[in-house]
Design a protein around this ligand. Structure first.
Ligand SMILES: [Ca+2]
Ligand SMILES: [Ca+2]
Ligand SMILES: [Ca+2]
Length: 826
């Protein structure tokens, strides 16, 4: 599949300035649970459907001295222990282990019987270090410090010891593929910071008891749990298991090996597995995938009225639709039908000059420069058409509307990447719910303590309705902010807020003439001035930042087109207007200042076109030569918005791609090793997969899939990490078992998916080899790349269900070199 892009040139890009994703950051999470099973030397277990009993014996504890930040501390450890990891709290040895449990069991209780056997005094345990991330000139670095600042050191803490009782806790629960698992932490060593005493529990018993819900319905996922409900023994259940589809429990050799190392009770737990849910079809968003016709993918960058002719489709994009019946055309976005208007459709023949009109919007997708619309052909007549409305100016008693309320939004997105402290209680949705692209800001006080931004407004009308301004600010630094907001030298407000929070300043302007009119050659100035007296003693750690995200101005405006386009609202649609309306009459609108008499007027609800106006008058402007006016009348009951646009202001999609149908979602595939590649690296991906199929390369079943095929099948066509995860989820659930074990992403990641920084991205990253990552928010590092999330598929947990890795290639030669190295090495 080829993407045709106008004005695409081959450019030589300096490789060194690419922003490489720091995938390292997610590794501690990834491999947190992949420890060795050597703990079993001191923990014995017995497992049944009713519960699990563990016997723990503490080996020899070693206490040694250490000096951190010039303070003498102690470190305590025993063989093969892990440590608690809360920054600022004592670093106490702990045993963590994993167990398999029945799919439908409820953990009724975790009982512990133990007796303290030993105390040691005069111990000052070292605290867990705190990491600080520094940023200067987009370079990140980190440093550590050791301070006793955690909750364990607060005098009002109820429990005097840390980590406190109980001695055993379930710390995580979830699924690794078909195996339900729990992670358990055992705390045989307790530390009291106040008395500086260690208390050791050298032997204890942990009893995990299960119960089962009587009502548990016998669906495929709970079937095995309901077997144990009858109190059947392990052997009975084993024999029953044979009656189920064994395919459902079939795991790859790699996972059987991993589980046997990860789970203390792996052998018994294997009998507890739950079948994978079976889904027949892919959760595809894009309709019309099944009828075998190609689909046409329209890339839209800006909001406006789009018009594509049969002739331009054929000439510019190779889309041959001349002669087809336009009644069959359909435009969709995601799973929504987009109303279209087609000229020359009455003869049921799409002739060269016939045109499809629709309202396109700029993308909201943070991963893409484009919004994707699909043009498809159906065998039946499609009814999502924009109706026509006669709007002839024939009623002499109609009320002339002189002005309207116009809300103009201003936003420019530039790249920022230092917002580690933006609060969120949802670490996964955080990235997509926040806007991380800002216009500009105030940085570090000094000369840049004020920011001035010029912006145009057109055809400002004299009015009693006050203008209104709304400014959205973002704190960039974890300190309090005070910013004086003014427009054209008139003070709006002193905005005060804290941290990396968002603040919206909203005010009515006292008089209409505060605003300046660009038609008279005057620009408005929005000014943000730092007025706080915070002096951060360490500005290298937290460079002072306040960002402007967006602002809007609502004002009373004359009906005059700007660059042959005007969006306006009917007075009834506008709550802030004081215009009094007569009842049951017609309203007359006259829009002036078009340079092109080929004028189109549409009604819209803001999202879709709701009607096309016909019968309106176009007249020459007698006072301004070369200008045209449009005159129309509609009933005053029409509460709506309008878009008037001439031929010269109609927009074209930035590109149109022909997408042939694939069997990605419809056929049953099966693979152990899946390569998800950017189309640019397809050849390298196929070479790697080809090697993996040979016995020397592992003898795996392989499948190579391009990101385009995934976005087009599992998403709306735009770049989407969610579509990649949905694809992997579908592969896990419906491909021929065992489900895929290994996933390779062949393509680089980037902070800047939309390629806003053109010094880094001379081409849009999505066309240039990039595969997005999922961003999560972590307490220690803020925004963190997490490919890990792609393979957390079974259950709602952070245990991965496939192994994932990324080959970060930015160019075809890099991709080839990486594959060559792998093949040479193996
Ligand atoms: Ca026609
Ligand atoms: Ca923004
Ligand atoms: Ca999982």
């Amino acid at each position: 599949m080829k993407l045709y892009l106008k004005n695409t040139k081959e450019k030589n890009k300096p490789e060194c300035i690419r922003v490489q994703l720091n995938v390292m950051l997610c590794i501690p999470i990834l491999f947190f649970f992949l420890w060795s099973s050597s703990a079993s030397a001191r923990v014995t277990q017995s497992t049944s459907a009713e519960g699990i009993t563990l016997q723990f014996t503490l080996p020899e504890l070693t206490v040694s001295e250490t000096v951190r930040d010039n303070v003498r501390y102690h470190e305590a450890h025993y063989a093969d222990c892990h440590f608690t990891a809360e920054p600022g709290n004592p670093k106490v040895p702990v045993t963590r282990l994993m167990l398999g449990i029945p799919a439908t069991a409820t953990i009724e209780a975790v009982d512990i019987s133990a007796a303290p056997t030993e105390s040691r005094s005069g111990v000052r345990l070292v605290p867990v270090s705190i990491f600080d991330v520094h940023e200067s000139d987009s370079q990140h670095s980190a440093s550590q410090r050791w301070v006793e600042s955690g909750s364990a050191y607060q005098s009002n803490t109820g429990n005097p010891s840390y980590p406190g009782l109980p001695l055993a806790r379930v710390i995580r629960e979830g699924y690794i593929r078909s195996q339900r698992v729990i992670a358990l932490a055992l705390y045989p060593v307790q530390y009291s910071p106040k008395t500086r005493q260690l208390r050791l529990y050298s032997r204890f018993t942990v009893n995990i008891r299960f119960s089962y819900s009587r009502q548990s319905s016998v669906n495929s996922f709970q079937l095995r749990g309901s077997l144990s409900e009858s109190g059947s023994s392990l052997t009975e259940r084993l024999s029953l298991r044979g009656k189920l589809t064994t395919d459902n429990f079939l795991e790859s050799e790699a996972f059987e090996r991993a589980l046997s190392h990860q789970l203390l009770n792996a052998e018994q737990a294997a009998h507890f597995r739950a079948p994978r849910p079976q889904v027949p079809a892919a959760p595809t968003l894009v309709s019309n995938n099944g009828n075998g016709n190609p689909r046409y993918k329209l890339f839209v960058g800006e909001t406006g009225i789009y018009a594509v002719t049969a002739e331009s489709l054929a000439r510019d994009w190779g889309v041959e639709l001349i002669g087809t019946n336009p009644e069959r055309f359909r435009i969709t976005q995601g799973n929504r039908d987009i109303p279209i208007y087609i000229t020359g459709a009455e003869d049921r023949k799409f002739d060269p000059g016939d045109t499809i009109f629709f309202l396109g919007h700029k993308p909201r997708n943070p991963y893409s420069r484009w919004n994707i619309y699909w043009l498809t052909l159906h065998n039946d007549r499609v009814r999502t058409r924009v109706p026509q409305l006669t709007a002839s100016p024939t009623d002499p008693t109609a009320t002339q509307i002189p002005t309207f309320r116009s809300k103009v939004n201003f936003e420019e997105d530039h790249l920022t990447n230092n917002l580690e402290f933006v609060y969120s209680d949802n670490k996964h949705k955080w990235f997509e719910e926040n806007d991380f692209w800002y216009w500009d800001g105030i940085k570090n006080g000094g000369d840049a303590a004020e920011m001035r931004l010029e912006f145009p407004l057109y055809d400002v009308a004299k009015s009693f309705d006050p203008s209104h301004i709304s400014v959205e600010l973002q704190g960039g630094t974890p300190v309090p902010h005070q910013i004086l907001v003014s427009v054209n030298g008139v003070r709006i407000e002193v905005a005060e807020w804290n941290q990396q929070d968002t603040l919206t300043v909203e005010r009515f302007l006292r008089t209409w003439n505060i605003l300046k009119d660009d038609t008279r050659g005057e620009l408005n100035v929005l000014s943000l001035a730092r007025v706080d007296d915070n002096v951060d003693e360490d500005t290298t750690r937290y460079p002072y930042h306040v960002y402007l995200n967006r602002f809007s101005v609502e004002y009373t405006r004359l009906f005059r087109a700007v660059a042959d386009e005007l969006w306006f609202r009917s007075p009834t649609e506008d709550d802030t207007s004081r215009t009094q309306l007569p009842g049951g009459r017609k309203l007359q609108y006259k829009i002036e200042a078009f340079r092109d008499p080929g004028i189109h007027i549409f009604e819209t609800d803001g999202t879709y076109l709701t009607a096309r106006l016909r019968g309106f008058a176009i007249e020459t402007d007698i006072t301004r030569t070369g200008m045209y006016n449009a005159l129309f009348q509609v009933p005053d009951t029409r509460k709506t918005q309008f878009i008037a646009v001439s031929d010269t202001a109609l927009r074209q999609p930035e590109s149109i791609e022909i997408v042939e149908p694939t069997d990605l979602a419809t056929a049953t595939h099966g693979a152990d090793y899946v390569v998800i590649t950017h189309p640019k690296f397809l050849a390298a991906a196929e070479r790697l997969a080809g090697w993996r199929e040979t016995s020397g390369g592992g003898g795996y079943r392989t499948k190579v899939v391009t990101t385009d095929d995934i976005y087009n099948t599992y998403g709306d066509g735009g770049v989407s990490p969610k579509a990649i995860k949905d694809f992997l989820t579908h592969a896990y659930q419906s491909w021929t078992p065992p489900a895929p074990t290994y996933v390779v992403l062949l393509g680089d990641g980037t902070y800047d998916f939309r390629g806003i920084d053109t010094e880094i991205h001379t081409e849009p990253p999505e066309l240039d080899g990039y595969i997005p990552t999922h961003y999560i928010r972590t307490d220690s590092f803020g925004r963190t790349a997490s490919d890990h999330w792609y393979v957390t598929i079974s259950g709602h947990d952070e245990f991965t269900d496939m192994y994932i890795g990324r080959l970060s290639a930015a160019t075809v030669s890099q991709a080839d070199a990486i594959v060559n190295k792998i093949l040479d090495y193996e």
